[in-house]
Design a protein around this ligand. Structure first.
Ligand code: HEC
Length: 112
């Protein structure tokens, strides 16, 4: 019974690492701009089969920080991805969200 609580506590604790308001804004940005191709939330598959689920981004390249992965994606763009003209504070908000969903994905029961 106590063991079962640990993943739940991790889930609850991880958003506290980032500013919740920034994370909420980042989620809205992701839903508006990225969800046509990427699975942006804790569940579901990407509509575009070639686009990694956001919750899997950290696991794909363990050595790299989310900041690096994100910077490269914005710099190089990726197939079919529209240009986003992502500037502060949008960039920071989206990054805050990606960091959070990355941790949720790693700790959550559905994390793959
Ligand atoms: C029209 C489709 C599309 C949209 C919209 C889109 N992406 Fe992507 N994204 C892709 C595809 C396809 C890939 C895989 C590219 C590859 O592996 O070469 C990808 C890969 C990525 C990666 C991984 C890059 C890497 O180096 O591993 C990141 C990060 C990313 N996208 C972020 C975003 C963000 C943030 C948004 C919204 C602001 C977004 N994408 C919107 C299609 C899209």
């Amino acid at each position: 019974m106590r063991r079962a609580l640990l993943p739940v506590l991790l889930l609850l604790a991880s958003p506290a690492l980032a500013d919740p308001a920034a994370v909420a804004r980042g989620l809205r940005l992701a839903q508006a701009n990225c969800s046509p191709c990427h699975a942006v939330g804790p569940e579901g598959d990407s509509p575009n089969a070639f686009a990694p689920r956001f919750r899997d981004l950290g696991a794909r390249e363990p050595g790299r920080s989310m900041d690096e992965i994100f910077a490269k994606a914005l710099l190089l763009g990726h197939p079919d991805m529209p240009r986003f003209g992502m500037r502060e504070p949008e960039r920071a908000d989206l990054l805050a969200y990606l960091e959070t969903i990355k941790q949720t994905g790693a700790a959550g029961p559905a994390g793959r």
